[in-house]
Design a protein around this ligand. Structure first.
Ligand SMILES: [Zn+2]
Ligand SMILES: [Zn+2]
Ligand SMILES: [Zn+2]
Length: 316
């Protein structure tokens, strides 16, 4: 499996180095297949006495062992993918950048739609972003990527350097912007067309978020500011939203903004990341409990919470 992993990564990088648009998709497919195989190899090497199929299987089922107990056996030929492999690394006590693995899974899923007019730029970004986690995987496998990948490793290094230079140039154009949300400023904008981070402001000196115009240096699209901010808010706060819901069944931190109607109102920033709408709300005048943000956003900001207004309406 290790040799297959190395061969696939090399093939992917060689396709990328050819810089021929028609090879871009196969470059990415090979590269991803190789990195995924490498990740599986790391798991298998961790437990040398185990059956490799059992280590990388995605689903298990209990079957009677004939002696009054059960054995757990793979339930299908499906093996773990980028979306689930991070969890297994954790279970195996292996340190890996799980977010980077999840990211690979996201990009892998949308990659077929991403090849527009600068496919080699897209592949470069994918290779550059996957670089640190690929290096980590080689280390965990106890192998030296320089030795294993040879020229392909040098090409990866170069792709990463070029990409970072380009990313820097794009990000510099936003330096003077006065953002309405620190969350968005930290998350940076992405192209909603192709998913690239290589988004720049067309007018580098502009400070006004409302006056921004964007261009994507990967696909050439002119992403809308609204869509880019909406995406940045969702991406930045997705995990927190999930944790809140899971731990306390609470909604937020993102709500629909009463002013612009987009899902860009962030409760802990007390303002809308897109239009800047902000309001303070107080405790309810009747029951003195804090007015829930849902009430405030729905227009119950006259000092009485929805529960008390409901009771008042019943008494009438
Ligand atoms: Zn784009
Ligand atoms: Zn708004
Ligand atoms: Zn009340």
């Amino acid at each position: 499996m290790f040799q297959n992993a190395v061969a696939a990564i090399r093939m992917g990088i060689e396709d990328y180095a050819l810089d021929r648009p028609e090879r871009s998709l196969s470059a990415v497919r090979n590269f991803y297949a190789g990195v995924l195989l490498l990740a599986k190899e790391v798991l298998v090497r961790r437990v040398p006495l185990a059956d490799p199929d059992a280590v990388i299987g995605a689903r298990y089922k209990p079957v009677p062992d004939g002696a009054g107990g059960v054995d757990y056996v793979p339930d299908s030929k499906t093996t773990i993918d980028f979306a689930t492999i991070g969890k297994r690394f954790k279970d195996f006590g292996l340190e890996i950048d799980r977010a980077a693995l999840t990211d690979l899974s996201d990009v892998r899923n949308q990659v077929e739609h991403r090849f527009t007019n600068k496919p080699s730029q897209v592949v470069r970004e994918i290779v550059a972003k996957a670089f640190p986690v690929t290096a980590q995987l080689f280390r965990l496998a106890g192998e030296d990527p320089r030795v294993q990948l040879g020229d392909a490793w040098a090409t990866m290094l170069e792709a990463r350097a070029l990409y970072e230079l380009e990313l820097d140039r794009c990000r510099t154009t936003f330096e003077a912007v006065v953002w309405r949300s620190a969350t968005v400023a930290d998350a940076h904008l992405r192209c909603d067309d192709c998913g690239s981070d290589l988004v720049a402001q067309t007018e580098a000196g502009n400070t006004d978020q409302a006056q921004m115009a964007l261009v994507c240096n990967a696909c050439g699209a002119m992403p809308s500011v609204e869509a880019a901010i909406l995406e940045a808010v969702g991406r930045a706060l997705e995990t927190e939203a999930y944790i809140r819901m899971k731990d306390s069944a609470e909604s937020g931190p993102v709500f629909e903004c009463p002013a612009c109607g987009e899902d860009t109102y962030i409760d802990f920033e007390r303002g809308c990341a897109l239009c800047g709408e902000a309001f303070e709300w107080e405790n309810c005048m009747v029951c003195h409990s804090r007015i829930p943000i849902e009430d405030a956003l729905a227009g119950f900001d006259e000092g009485i919470c929805s529960y008390c207004s409901h009771i008042a309406a019943k008494d009438d």
